[in-house]
Design a protein around this ligand. Structure first.
Ligand SMILES: [Zn+2]
Length: 264
């Protein structure tokens, strides 16, 4: 009997030792520098992706974004304007050249984040709804000229509206015609492209109406569009009226990707 008790005691002690060894392994694994580094890298990657998604869908404050800068008042018509630093440099170079050619360029709209796009959207949506439009009709009407929050290139700090909008560039204003002609001939030399070009067979067939005033700084915008394709899904397009219809109306395919093939 005494022997049996001794054996039992020994086996209990052994099992305790073994289990301590197991715990030591776990502790060692947790402290393994390579695994810790890998875990840290995974966390860093996920933070970078989250930040990128915030920029792509406009959920950030351009005043606090490290890649953005405030634009001097002489270059725009708003009380305050922020753009991607690369866009600012390119615009100033283009404006200087235009001035030499007797053309003045001024930015009438620059970065609009999710929240400012949402206020435009909700104002138009409420008005259209009052006029009896269904949700689908409402969206189609707004999107002749304006973007859904989360899908606008104006979120990116790479896209600018120059000198005026549809009424200014309607073809009847000689000054506007000359400015547009200059931009068509020269903007590409500074990296800018008219993404919402004329709609025609063999060219751009979906998305917004033609916008002669909207120019995109392609060296940065092209990369952001690639990121958008990889990272943004319809589940990221939410938090505004009728956002649940974005998928059914193919907003990403028709509008975000609906840019001039010559700008790609
Ligand atoms: Zn625009």
């Amino acid at each position: 009997m005494k022997n049996q008790i001794n054996l039992l005691l020994i086996s209990i002690i052994l099992s305790c030792v073994t289990s301590t060894d197991d715990n030591t392994d776990i502790v060692n694994e947790k402290q393994n520098p390579e695994i810790m580094e890998e875990n840290r890298n995974n966390t860093d990657d996920s933070i970078i992706i989250q930040e990128k998604k915030k920029l792509l869908t406009g959920r950030y404050d351009p005043k606090l974004h490290p890649e953005f800068d405030v634009l001097d008042n002489i270059y725009h018509t708003k009380p305050e304007m922020y753009l991607h630093k690369g866009t600012i440099n390119a615009f100033i170079k283009m404006r200087t050249q235009a001035q030499k050619d007797g053309i003045s360029l001024i930015i009438v709209s620059g970065t609009r984040n999710f929240y400012s796009q949402k206020s435009i959207w909700e104002r138009k949506y409420t008005q259209n709804k009052k006029n009896g439009l269904t949700n689908r009709e409402n969206i189609r009407k707004i999107m002749l000229w304006s973007s859904m929050p989360s899908t606008s290139r104006h979120h990116w700090g790479t896209d600018i509206d120059i000198n005026g909008f549809d009424t200014y560039f309607n073809g009847t204003n000689e000054k506007a015609n000359k400015e547009y002609e200059w931009l068509q001939n020269n903007a590409h030399k500074f990296g800018f492209c008219q993404v919402y070009s004329e709609k025609k067979e063999g060219g751009r067939i979906t998305g917004y109406n033609e916008e002669k005033w909207h120019w995109s700084y392609m060296p940065i915008a092209n990369q952001l569009l690639e990121d958008y394709k990889k990272l943004i899904t319809y589940s990221d397009i939410n938090d505004f009226s009728a956002s649940e219809l974005a998928k059914e109306l193919n907003i990403i395919e028709e509008y975000v990707l609906g840019i001039s093939p010559t700008c790609k």
